[in-house]
Design a binder for this molecule. Structure first.
Ligand code: URA
Length: 252
């Protein structure tokens, strides 16, 4: 190693912790369990140093990257697009937008939206972050603008807030429900920190209302803003830091 390489190199446990795999102490269990490889070779040496520029470190086969090397994009999903990466006949799927934006295949969407739902979908090449954001225990807030077919009565409003709406035999966690247009009673903003299948549509259906349009306008600290339908924008460093904190991966 040249002196410059020496300066850049860091201990494996510090590198893995910076990559978001846990604390310096907890990642040592990954090393001793034989789950870490450098350039294809399993390492057990807790004192091993790595050069982030030249060494290829993998965790269970997945390449570990320092947070700054990953990219995260906000995407505005248009209506009618299915949240899969390969379209069936007659469908438009997300892969065509990824190709149009010239994002490499390693970029994947974080979760899904129904075909009829529009709005914010995050994309990243950081698999650990995507998984952390979707983990129910992280309780990351998602905000939706909803238009429904008829006014909502106060008792129905309370059921969103008190967690008494059940789906699939399990109560939903309490959500925030605020009128978007207090005069007409048919436009609402709902914030939830779960991500069950068709959750917003089914919750309104439980209180006797049909969702006419549904748009996700925020995912944790990231807002859709004025991004045009079908467009991508790279998150700012501030957004990335806030998102990682929401995912329980604060950067050291
Ligand atoms: N809830 C729904 O009903 N659909 C979505 O796409 C997202 C949340």
């Amino acid at each position: 190693m040249t002196p410059a390489d020496q300066d850049r190199s860091l201990r494996l446990n510090r590198f893995l912790a910076r990559c978001g795999y846990g604390s310096r102490r907890s990642v040592e269990t990954l090393i001793t369990a034989g789950r870490i490889a450098i350039d294809g070779e399993i390492v057990h040496d807790l004192g091993r140093r790595v050069d982030p520029l030249t060494d290829r470190v993998t965790v269970d086969g997945e390449v570990a990257r320092l947070p700054g090397e990953f990219r995260i994009y906000a995407f505005h999903k248009p209506a009618g697009v299915v949240s899969t990466l390969r379209a069936q006949a007659g469908q438009v799927a997300l892969d065509s937008f990824r190709a149009e934006a010239e994002l490499p295949l390693r970029f994947v969407p974080v979760g899904r939206l129904d075909a009829a739902t529009t709005g914010l979908l995050l994309w990243t090449d950081d698999g650990a972050l995507a998984q952390a954001l979707l983990r129910p225990a992280r309780k990351v807030w998602k905000r939706y603008e909803v238009a429904i077919d008829q006014q909502l009565v106060p008792t129905a409003q309370r059921r969103f807030a008190d967690g008494s709406i059940e789906l699939d035999g399990r109560p939903c966690l309490p959500c925030r429900l605020l009128p978007d247009d207090p005069l007409d009673g048919r436009h609402w903003v709902v914030e939830l920190h779960e991500g069950r299948k068709r959750q917003v549509r089914r919750m309104f259906s439980e209180v006797g209302r049909r969702v006419l349009t549904l748009r996700r306008v925020a995912f944790g600290p990231v807002e859709l803003g004025r991004l045009k339908a079908g467009g991508f924008r790279r998150l700012t460093p501030q957004e990335v830091a806030a998102l990682r904190t929401a995912a329980g991966q604060p950067q050291s």
